[in-house]
Design a protein around this ligand. Structure first.
Ligand code: GLC
Length: 416
């Protein structure tokens, strides 16, 4: 299977659920609490003797993801603190060997498989319990080797014991090199065990996709990417963090990602008992409602060359979706379109929209005075073929569309 084949479903999926969950949900000050408060492992470890999530129902998480319009899930199997939510031969600091007394990853995978939800594993290369991690491979070659062997063994377990895995989402390789982690060897093993799995770039090798974090950055055209973001300011459950994003902000992120040919992986941090914070659920559901009407403008779209002063655009073949995030009133302009426009209509009710073209500018006219959808009103523009965008730098500021360069002109028959 080549990368394009592996990535197909994921690039169409556009929007996934990230889940940060572990014993750090008990102190409820985020997943970095051990490091940030310099808690020795002996003091931290007893959290695992308390961590027994009685209300953990992964089927409900899958259901929530579906209702939110999310099309894959990625869950922490082990974060930097070293607590494995899964059964491991190479660690005793695991869910099955402590209070939870069960493999929390197995039930997650089973719920995903039951629900037809693509399943992803987050896995941290580093483990703060290993002093060698802080000393590094140079100062402590033996300790380092132990850490790397343990990490490789765990990845092997994750890729061997749970059936089909769709996404492997590494983290925590810094500040070392892929050579130090033996990442090529690691990923060769993964590809043998899970030929279809897609792998992110955080084993410090590029692999299948880039992962900008807490910001949206387009990779170069053709290179797959996924922005990961939190719903408040924290990944792991943080009781005091009430900096929630609004549904409109989430939609804007999603549209921005899709307009650049990327995905959005949006995080929830469940509580220690296994329930999802109410506020997270509320935001996700509102976005889900918007997606039920407007999902066609997000899923399966490609990077779009067009933008407007009121928002962004997404693209599917020759269909352009104009996302109006800031309603301009009666008229709206989409510039730089060298195609003939065949028709324009509102996405939510199919009502035709009056339009005219002047050179490269498309004027959408007689629009309602107020936004039909305050969150994001989508206007659907049918082009005469694949998009042809004016580039001010290569084409100049004022070319006439008829002067389009020969290689830009679609083959005869494509033009209506
Ligand atoms: C970072 C953080 C981590 C979080 C992750 C998500 O690397 O260390 O806590 O899991 O990013 O992208």
């Amino acid at each position: 299977m080549n990368a394009t084949e592996r990535l197909n479903w994921w690039q169409d999926a556009q929007y996934g659920m990230f889940i940060h969950w572990g014993v750090y949900a008990i102190p409820a000050r985020g997943e970095w609490v051990m490091h940030q408060e310099h808690i020795p492992h002996e003091e931290y470890a007893p959290l695992a003797d308390e961590f027994n999530p009685r209300r953990y129902e992964p089927d409900d998480w899958v259901q929530l993801a579906k209702e939110a319009g999310m099309r894959y899930m990625v869950m922490t199997t082990r974060h930097h603190d070293g607590y494995s939510l899964f059964d491991s031969q190479v660690s005793d600091f695991t869910a099955p060997k402590t209070a939870a007394e069960r493999d929390l990853i197995r039930s997650y995978v089973e719920a995903c498989h039951r629900g037809g939800m693509p399943v992803g594993f987050y896995y941290s290369l580093l483990d703060w319990r290993y002093p060698a991690y802080f000393r590094g491979p140079e100062k402590d070659p033996e300790g380092w080797n132990e850490l790397v062997e343990y990490m490789h063994a765990q990845v092997r377990e994750l890729c061997s014991n749970y059936g089909r895995i769709d996404v492997l989402w590494y983290d925590g390789g810094w500040p070392y090199t892929p050579e130090a982690w033996r990442s090529s060897e690691l990923n060769a093993m993964v590809r043998e065990l899970q030929p279809q799995v897609i792998i992110n770039n955080r084993s410090l090798l590029p692999e299948d996709f880039d992962t900008p974090e807490q910001h949206i950055q387009f990779s170069e055209p053709g290179r797959p990417w996924e922005a990961c973001m939190t719903l408040n300011g924290s990944w792991g459950y943080n009781e005091a963090d009430e900096q929630w994003k609004t549904p409109k902000q989430v939609i804007e992120y999603l549209v921005r990602c899709a307009s650049g040919g990327g995905n959005l992986l949006l995080n929830i941090g469940p509580k220690a008992d296994g329930t999802v914070p109410g506020e997270s659920e509320k935001i996700l559901r509102e976005v889900g409602t918007w997606l039920r009407t407007n999902g066609g403008s997000i899923y399966g779209t490609q990077r779009s060359p067009f933008f407007t002063s009121t928002g962004m655009t997404t693209l599917k073949g020759s269909t352009l979706f104009v996302h109006v995030l800031r309603w301009p009133g009666r008229e709206l302009v989409v510039p730089r379109i060298r195609n003939q426009v065949r028709s324009v209509h509102m996405m939510h009710d199919g009502e035709p929209v009056a339009f005219r073209q002047k050179n490269d500018r498309l004027f959408l006219e007689k629009l309602p005075g107020r936004a039909p959808d305050e969150l994001d009103t989508v206007i659907v523009v049918e082009l005469d073929g694949p998009p042809r965008a004016l580039d001010y730098f290569t084409d100049g500021w004022e070319p006439h569309p008829d002067e389009a360069k020969a290689d830009d002109v679609p083959p005869p028959g494509d033009v209506g």
